[in-house]
Design a protein around this ligand. Structure first.
Ligand code: ZN
Length: 150
């Protein structure tokens, strides 16, 4: 007797689950600034004065509320990057896609986003990168289409 008869046949499937959520006060302002003004905003902690971007309502180090908005970037330095081969349906770009960790000018936290480069040797620790904004912005993190070396 076939093992599928005893253990059950595995049938592959796919579920698509569209959803919406309320971004909240802090993320909403961040996303509206990207969409309407092509500005990357962070918040400065009143205690330690660290600037976090993307902004957090509460400082991750001091646990106090942050209200002091400051513009950061759009340039910065690449801290690290990784190249991802193999296309997956949830990937926001065509493979091979590159995720980068970016130290934006004026920020004390690192920012994760897509990187685009013509040649792999353009990407190394410390190289200057800058944000490239999408033409059609929706109030989404991908309103920054990618960062590129400059
Ligand atoms: Zn702090």
């Amino acid at each position: 007797m076939h093992s599928e008869m005893n253990q059950g046949l595995i049938v592959p499937g796919k579920i698509s689950i569209p959803f919406s959520y309320a971004a909240g006060r802090t993320a909403s302002r961040f996303l509206v600034e990207l969409r309407d003004n092509q500005r990357i905003m962070g918040v400065r902690c009143p205690e330690c004065e660290r600037v976090q971007a993307p902004p957090q309502r509460v400082c991750l180090h001091c646990f106090v509320e942050t209200e002091d908005w400051v513009e950061v970037g759009p340039g910065g330095r690449l801290v690290a990057h990784t190249v991802i081969y193999g296309q997956k349906p949830h990937h926001p770009a065509v493979s091979p896609l590159i995720h980068g960790l970016i130290s934006l000018d004026g920020a004390d936290s690192n920012f994760v986003h897509l990187i685009q480069a013509d040649r792999p040797e353009q990407l190394f620790e410390g190289v200057r990168v800058e944000a490239v904004f999408a033409e059609d912005r929706q109030g989404h993190i991908l309103d920054i289409e990618y960062f590129r070396p400059v």
